[in-house]
Write a protein that binds this ligand. Sequence first.
Ligand code: FCB
Length: 444
Amino acid sequence: MTKPDAVPTTVPAFPPAFTWGVATSAYQIEGGAADDGRGPSIWDTFTHTPGKITDASTGDVACDHYHRYAEDVDIIASLNVDAYRFSIAWPRVQPDGSGAWNEAGFDFYARLLDKLAEKDIAAHVTLYHWDLPQALEDKGGWLNRDTARHFAAYAAEVARRFGNRVATIATHNEPWCTANLGYGIGQFAPGIADPAAAVSASHQLLLSHGLAMQAMRAQNVSAKLGIVLNQWTASPATDSAADLKAAEVEWARSVEWFMDPIFKGSYPQLALDNIDCSLLSIHENDFNDIRQPIDFLGVNYYFRAYVSTETPPRTPPCALGTTDMGWEIYPQGLSELLLKLHGQYQLPPVYITENGMAVADRLEDGAVHDQPRIDYLKMHLAALRQAMAAGVDVQGYFYWSLLDNFEWNSGYLRRFGLVHVDYETQQRTLKDSAHWYRNFIKEQ
Ligand code: FCB
């Protein structure tokens, strides 16, 4: 296969039925943190704890999307996209994570769905994009099996209300991050730094996925149901036996750890042999619960894992440069990843649910000239098209993100949007990349 190691001048055409979209998540854009009965989430607690967020910011206001959703849907429609991926904030619709529903919270998402329908934009919903109700964290969060049960009840309620109005519902967004960044190293909420806890959390997250799938299926909804995983291939830095082995372990720990339980009903032995399982508690029926058929797999791709066992470790070559996050730009990793997954699992239809680039954008005379983002898009779409030509059933692509937004522990310092946000005035400005994406989609 030829590798896109330079910016293609034209990107090959995509099938007519291919879905084009943009993505966001609740905590990163909504704001309205205390509006209309929303309860606190672990991200409210975390951002209000000094020292956790680089620019000491919070999602209290963010892009004020809670109040500006109609304008934002108009912007989405102006991009010619077919679909919008967003998440529901669990604490907005169930402030304590169990017990009473908050009707005002559900009303917000009902209004958003009305507006999307008016513009003929399909809704792709994620149930959990990291904003756990704080009341559940107070009882152990994802270290407590009860959280999985509560999550399934929340999933059933969303499916009951919206399951025939949306195209897809994903249970989780990137449970690897929830477990490893939230519980393993404490870089994300709830800020726990215990590798054994991360392994335990990942099991309850997978269990919650399986229970939620069953609870939603029982509602007989038309929405396709699945999960979104962040994935990468693991490239050994050298041909040394140690690097080759370490790369295999990395693949097992990050990708197979989430794929195997869902597709095969077990954890990969290589991972079990290489992680601290002292807090992992697998009950008898758990794998039956987790191994539920999924209608689609969402893949979020940003970079590859570059695996080196030397001290200090070798760093990736970054032949195409890095993003403003410091992430290596490695488009061929997207096709490599998809082909490897395709070879290893019986994949359902795949959506690229996130892919995108942070750029140190500047608004000048009402415009943002973000050529690096356009190049990034072209290279990744070319790589994606190659994987499709080689047989992977990919049905859609969602750019991350629609808007500049609250980038977790980096706060507002990293801009991923196709649309620039001035956080002082909340003014939105389409960047050059937004114009490029709009025209590209039009030509398909
Ligand atoms: C992903 C997250 C998303 C965003 C991008 C840059 O890991 O799902 O919310 O922060 O990274």
